[in-house]
Design a protein around this ligand. Structure first.
Ligand code: FE
Length: 161
């Protein structure tokens, strides 16, 4: 990947996020299936719906930047999701697996929070205000999801002790 200016770097970040969000839509149903807690299942379901919306927002951002909506493989997200999948493959459903799934989901959220925050700031600097607002909306939702996962962990993890 060669990036010669901040504009190209922003486009690269958006393509990376576009791929990451698609990967997440594939992973969440598997995480839901592996979860034991009905609350955790519900959280994964809700986040799947949000994620579909995140993809649509990124498509709006591509339009604003006058770029094709393209995916660039996000190796970071691939790694995080592979770790989650390995946990699911190697363990039967249990309170402990639920704790592990929450941890895996929070790592995904933190990755997204970092990436959306970075992309939002590049968009602001380049005066793509509308794009910056769209990225901020998703950033806020990822932050909310992360907080929700923390609350779930505080509630469910004691059952895994
Ligand atoms: Fe997302």
């Amino acid at each position: 990947m060669q990036v010669e200016n901040l504009n190209e770097l922003l486009v690269h970040e958006i393509k990376d996020l576009y791929d990451a969000e698609h990967q997440i839509t594939q992973a969440l149903p598997k995480m839901k299936k592996a979860a034991s807690s009905s609350e955790l299942k519900k959280a994964f379901d809700e986040h799947l719906e949000q994620t579909k919306n995140h993809i649509k927002r990124l498509e709006q951002v591509f339009k604003i930047l006058e770029e094709e909506a393209e995916r660039e493989t996000c190796d970071g997200m691939e790694g995080l999701l592979t770790e989650g999948e390995d946990l699911i493959k190697e363990n039967d459903p249990s309170d402990v697996l639920d704790a592990a799934l929450i941890g895996a989901a929070q790592r995904v959220e933190h990755y997204e929070i970092a990436s959306y925050g970075t992309a939002r700031t590049y968009a602001q600097l380049l005066e793509y205000d509308e794009a910056a607002d769209l990225l901020q909306e998703t950033l806020d939702e990822e932050g909310e999801t992360n907080k929700k996962l923390t609350k779930l962990a505080e509630k469910l993890n004691p059952q895994a002790v």
